[in-house]
Design a protein around this ligand. Structure first.
Ligand code: NAI
Length: 421
């Protein structure tokens, strides 16, 4: 096994595997691809181990011995601190760039002080501009009457907006300078004790996200792509996001789409066969509508902050955080990670729900790398486990009389379902 790289000269992919490559603008995946994994903090090591084992079983089931993933460990967070003496070694980023595909566990981020989020640092360093979060129902106990109607994929912009980290602390020299500048140049007065954040949203970042969302919609036969924004209030950031997103749809994807305006002006409200409807909704309205009319939404494209809120809400509709998968993708590089964090109270106890990490791995292997059979097998195993009430405690507590399985027992149950398919 290759050792964990700490310095860039130690970045040596395992010799048993081959690297995923880019040829003619497309990802080329060999039969024994090298996939980086980062265990992460808290429950990370347990859920990542589970995801690897389930994926390995599904790959074996799908392709016999013809295909096999070669896992390559890199470190971030506490394990990187122990092994390499720093939280995010450059070697880890190099390993991901080399392999192009990675599965990551959650990492601890201190709130309000201390170091900045390692997750955000990884996304920014590798320009993983799209955070893709599918929200699906697998039969789990869910608070929503129409949970079975929820089937969204959220494309959240990952590099800009308030999360880009351009902010200054109240009372700092930088905040003072900025206040003075705003007063002198624009006549804007801010309170002296105000922290200040800047919200940049660019045409470039908006349009590459929209492109990815529309390609996904075309590939998956989706019928609606909705742009979520607060453009009525923030005209030049969120409003521009909407306009730029529409522009991509009506220029680069002209043959595939009909906008909501065109639907009524040109088609009398009747959607033409085979086209994708592109519409937009104001963020607050939309946060209600995915509850009242979930069937009206399929692919949702949102700036960073809106995307964060709506994906957590959407996941709550179908049973919560233990099931919520995600992937950060650039043009070619992708790092899959669950939506949840390190759940410190469950760390090391073998009780966390690994499904979110497993479904994140499914996004990476099944969608990004194109091994669709693996996705079908794993998703079916999850459906069967839930049907048979073989679930971890986060779901079992909503299922009267059901004894929860440990993380390791649930993983084993999934592997048995896979082997018996
Ligand atoms: P969290 O997602 O860790 O926990 C929220 C709640 O959900 C807790 O009650 C937790 O026990 C439960 N939970 C989370 N994942 C679960 C799972 N797989 N199975 C069962 N229950 C689960 O969020 P929290 O508490 O806000 O953050 C804890 C730490 O994680 C912080 O340091 C935070 O910065 C970090 N974090 C990291 C993320 C990442 O690496 N992408 C994302 C979110 C938070």
């Amino acid at each position: 096994m290759a050792r964990i790289p700490c310095s860039p000269d130690e970045v040596k992919p395992p010799s048993e595997g081959q690297l995923v490559k880019v040829e003619n603008g497309r990802l080329v995946v060999p039969d024994n691809p090298i996939v980086v994994f980062i265990e992460g903090d808290g429950i990370g090591p347990e859920v990542v181990a589970s995801a690897k084992a389930v994926i390995d079983a599904a790959v074996k089931k799908a392709y016999g011995g013809k295909r096999k993933i070669v896992w390559w460990e890199a470190a971030a967070g506490s394990k990187a601190m122990e092994t390499c003496g720093e939280l995010l070694p450059q070697a880890t980023l190099e390993a991901i760039k080399t392999a192009k595909v990675a599965l990551k566990g959650p990492l601890t981020t201190p709130v309000g002080s201390g170091y900045r989020s390692l997750n955000v640092a990884i996304r920014q360093a590798l320009d993983l501009y799209a955070n893709i979060r599918p929200v699906r129902y697998y039969g789990q106990p869910a608070p929503h009457k129409y949970a079975d109607k929820v089937n969204f994929v959220i494309f959240r912009e990952n590099t800009e907006d308030l999360y880009a980290g351009i902010e200054w602390q109240a009372g700092s020299e930088e905040a003072r300078k900025l206040r003075e500048f705003l007063k002198k140049e624009f006549g804007i007065e801010l309170r002296e004790d105000a922290g200040i954040g800047i919200k940049p949203i660019s045409k470039f970042a908006t349009q590459r996200l929209m492109r990815k969302a529309l390609r996904w919609a075309i590939d998956h036969g989706n019928k609606i792509v909705t742009i979520m924004h607060k453009g009525n209030i923030m005209k030049y950031t969120e409003g521009a996001f909407m306009q730029w997103a529409y522009e991509v749809a009506t220029t680069e994807f002209r043959d595939y789409v009909v906008t909501e305006q065109e639907l009524y002006e040109k088609y009398g409200g009747q959607m033409p066969e085979g086209k994708i409807l592109v519409n937009d909704r104001i963020a607050d309205n939309m946060l209600q509508q995915i509850i009242t009319r979930p069937w009206d939404y399929e692919v949702i494209v949102a700036p960073n902050v809106n995307g964060d809120y709506i994906s957590d809400e959407a996941n709550a509709l179908v049973g919560g955080i233990g099931m919520a998968a995600g992937m950060n993708a650039g043009d070619y590089i992708a790092v899959a990670e669950p939506v949840h964090g390190t759940a410190p109270k469950y760390a090391g106890k073998d009780v966390a729900n690994p499904t979110a990490e497993i479904l994140s791995a499914v996004l990476l292997i099944g969608e990004h790398m194109g091994w669709k059979e693996v996705a079908l097998i794993v998703e079916e195993a999850i459906r069967r486990a839930i049907r048979d009430k073989k679930v971890t405690q986060d779901l079992a507590r909503h299922m009267p009389g059901v004894t929860p399985l440990k993380t390791s027992e649930y993983t084993q149950a999934l592997i048995e379902y896979i082997e018996s398919m």
